[in-house]
Design a protein around this ligand. Sequence first.
Ligand code: SF4
Length: 372
Amino acid sequence: MIADLIHKVAREMQPPMQDYRPRPSAWGRCVRASVYHALGYPGKLFPGRMVVLLEDSGFAEDMTIDWIQRTAFKIHSQQLEVQIGATRGGVKIHGSIDGILQDLLGVEYLFEHKAINHFSFERLEASLQDGIWDENLVKWVHQGCCYLVGLAKLSTICRVVFLIKNKNTSAYLEAIGTYSPALDRFTLDSAMSTRVIEDSETGIRGDLRGGLEPMVLDGVVSGFIGYFNRVEELAGAKILPPRPYELSDWHCGYCQWQGVCWEGFEAEINKMLVGVELPENLRDQVKAYIVFRDEAKRAEDQKDVTRSIIVNELQAQGIKKCKAPDGTNVTLRIEERTTINKELVPPAILKAAEKMSQSLKLDVRKPKEKKA
Ligand code: SF4
């Protein structure tokens, strides 16, 4: 009754897209998308679900800050605007920080809050445990360091606390680091997650900085400004950079310029060369692709055979659920799936419900063996 209504209303009531400007939250977005934006191409509306999701993140931030204010730590200067710098063309870059966190001794940190889904949270946790940079954290570090550059004009703050909330479980993860303007380097000082503390049987008390080497990112602010310089340059010359993703990539699925970006893609592909020799730098890749594809097919066949053996034997022994000595659970269950019998649907309705989508297929065939 109202489940779909909310998303429809959210879609229609979303604020109009703002004109392009180099804003910190856009850093790391597909460059081609930013060039479309800078050139004034109208972006399509976000789906309603996305609008609700973004608003949820805003509420999560308010709630977290409310919880922090009930502790001996304090947050102030929420949404303070800071001046970061300017592009090569002289366009000012500014942004608003989430706040400044003050600890028990009065030491201050830039405070940046993120609310993410369980899958992204687990991926971030695992990468920190392995001492590897997660894609999301890299983005936040670039934004955070630029805010620190802006804050440096007003204070001596040089450290940032990223507080990340798992929207599914309300677990929190914090990553604290220092920015060195002289080296243009961010160093991760510590990271911990409350989820790991809860689950921990190893006594690591949630410390996630698992890599042996210190985790550092170099060229952070120069990389940040460099991104916007590139967009400015391309937009000024009215050049669209190549698409960095395939149509099926999730970046394109959420992109507001997906329609215009992929318009005429089939014609582009059809105009490309045929009958030429495979480029030398791809020959090993194609050989490797054939090996992986054949191995995957063999593994898939083997998986089906093994599955049949297990299912038949469990049924023969009348077992629905059982456990192996190493803790592996094996369960038989009925799963229902609804399909549509197209023959029972009037053709006009079927036609109206059809949705065309394109994807790029790669076809690699080995030459036929010549008969002796
Ligand atoms: S549709 Fe994909 S490739 Fe095109 S601009 Fe958007 S993100 Fe970039």
